[in-house]
Write a protein that binds this ligand. Structure first.
Ligand code: NAI
Ligand code: MG
Length: 503
């Protein structure tokens, strides 16, 4: 990574389609129309591969938020979406997925330009995963039903008791910048299947693909007001959404700090809340593995998406007998993960999303060094423009260090040794988080023992970060409230109504 050409970190030219998209007038998507903001505040759009401003999006005002919520409220209350035959909701959602796939290349490019992730990764992961979230949930539109229940204290036939499932109502959905399109689709899919209406806000750093999604919403044939998309800052527009009396549910993915604040702010109006928050996920490597096979997996667990992943395998625990070999094996992947501009077709890892995130990650690396950690790889920023951080391994760490305790959200892994299973289970659980965990072993009993001991919403065996729309996803402890995806995902958008009729 030392003898790079002078143009190595130079971003490639954008396609004509991307340039045209960036040249659009900043607007909001309300009631299936592009509308101007009531104010004229905007937020810069930045390409983290160059650090340059490349466009602007609206910074929604309180009035804009109110307008979007009111559109969603009217669309919910008159039943124009929830009242449709489920087959029509299913078909409309599948048309949206078709449009995503038909425009996959532009989605992938805009995601790469806006977030910094390699376009190839966006095309291989983000866009198809976004489409499958929508397709899977579309099927639930026709499959959520109540049940007829025999009362416990009454004779058979005395009353007729049953439940029905109804959509919770208007949903405020707030998503982060690490997987912008995927997070947006993961949020809207279950809400739409349930019959809810939506005000969706992307993160202020990454609005582009969510705005392109708005075009597809209109084309797919959703009734006006079902999906409203506003861009803007979290502490203003996001805050207004969370506190709005006409909103019935808040779904949030982002930092634990803001998740707690949102939970408090949603309390006055007792909204339903689901939260998918931060993590400090352990990766445990048992001594029976083939290190040459496993080390690239451990590297991918932390360096994929520049470590900006809620389930990033940021704490590596390798058995003492293989520790040095594991570190060597992870370090050997350094050139593969060396950061490149997002439109470089050779790239596997891009820059971090923003200057703020870059400063945060570099600050943690410095703090780790001050606290006595040693750098086994990386630890530095290789370019003057753009927010590139080299893949980094810290060793000689202890559980008191901030690099071990706190979510860094960058390509930085802290590696520790262990000697037995109970010890590593305890160490893995020594965190306020509980989102994901990876266990690498060939021994089935060890796998199940650790899967049961580790307090995390998802435990991966011999892989890491594998997510599928059919499988529930969410956090223990301070990693969140509720589950998304699978049957749990749609349940979170449904009320249960009990009806008891005296016969
Ligand atoms: P954040 O939690 O502040 O932002 C996430 C979303 O929440 C954005 O759409 C933002 O506009 C919105 N938001 C912010 N404040 C709000 C408020 N008061 N009310 C309503 N909405 C609000 O995350 P940020 O500041 O971008 O990143 C900080 C750290 O959070 C990262 O370094 C990382 O550690 C963590 N993070 C975790 C993510 C995850 O997937 N679990 C995703 C993004 C960040
Ligand atoms: Mg923030």
């Amino acid at each position: 990574m030392n003898d790079l050409s002078p143009t190595h970190f130079q971003q490639r030219e954008y396609s004509a389609a991307a340039k045209a998209f960036l040249a659009r007038t900043p607007q909001l998507f309300i009631n299936n129309e592009w509308v101007n903001s009531s104010a004229d505040a905007t937020i810069p759009v930045e390409d983290p591969s160059s650090g340059k401003e490349i466009g602007r999006v609206v910074d929604a005002s309180d009035k804009d938020v109110d307008r979007a919520v009111s559109a969603a409220r009217v669309a919910f209350d008159d039943g124009r979406w929830s009242g449709l035959p489920p087959i029509q909701r299913d078909r409309t959602m599948n048309r949206l997925a078709d449009l995503l796939e038909a425009n996959a290349d532009l989605f992938a490019e805009l995601e790469a330009i806006d977030n910094g992730k390699p376009k190839g990764m966006a095309a291989a992961v983000d866009v198809p995963a976004a489409a499958s979230q929508i397709r899977f949930m579309a099927g639930w539109a026709s499959k959520v039903n109540g049940e007829v229940i025999q009362p416990y204290t009454m004779p058979t036939g005395a009353v007729f008791g049953y439940t029905s499932r109804e959509p919770v109502g208007v949903c405020a959905q707030i998503v982060p910048w690490n997987f912008p399109l995927l997070m947006a689709c993961l949020k809207i899919a279950p809400a739409l299947a349930a019959g809810c209406t939506i005000v969706l806000k992307p993160a202020e750093q990454t609005s582009l693909t969510t705005l392109l999604l708005a075009d597809m919403v209109a084309q797919a044939g959703f009734p006006a007001g079902v999906v409203n998309i506003i861009t803007g800052n979290g502490h203003t527009a996001g805050d207004r959404m969370v506190k709005h009396p006409d909103v019935d549910k808040v779904a949030f993915t982002g930092s634990t700090e803001i998740g707690k604040l949102i939970n408090r702010n949603a309390t006055d109006t007792l909204k339903h809340v689901t939260l998918e928050l931060g993590g400090k996920s352990p990766v445990v490597i048992m001594p029976d593995v083939d290190v040459a096979e496993v080390a690239p997996g451990a590297a991918g667990a932390i360096f994929f998406n520049s470590g900006q992943v809620c389930v990033a395998g940021s704490r590596l625990f390798a058995h003492s007998s293989i520790f040095d070999k594991v570190i060597e094996g992870v370090a050997a992947t350094g050139p593969f993960w060396g950061p490149r501009p997002s439109l470089d077709p050779e790239g596997h890892m891009g820059p971090l999303v923003s200057k703020e995130q870059f400063d945060k990650v570099m600050g943690y690396i410095e703090a780790g060094k001050r606290d006595g950690a040693s750098v086994a790889m990386g630890g530095d920023a290789p370019a003057t423009d753009g927010y590139y951080v080299n893949p980094t391994i810290l060793v000689d760490v202890n559980p008191q260090m901030s690099v071990v305790r706190e979510e860094i959200f960058g390509p930085v892994v802290v590696a520790q040794r262990f000697d037995d299973l109970d010890e590593v289970a305890k160490a893995a659980n020594d965190t306020c988080y509980g989102l994901g965990a990876g266990v690498w072993t060939r021994d089935v009993a060890t796998m199940h023992k650790l899967a049961s001991k580790i307090k995390a919403g998802t435990v991966w065996g011999n892989c890491h970060g594998v997510i599928d729309t059919a499988l529930p996803f969410g956090g223990y402890k301070e990693s969140g409230v509720g589950r998304e995806q699978g049957r749990n995902g749609i349940e979170a958008y449904l009320e249960t109504k009990t009806v008891i009729i005296q016969m």
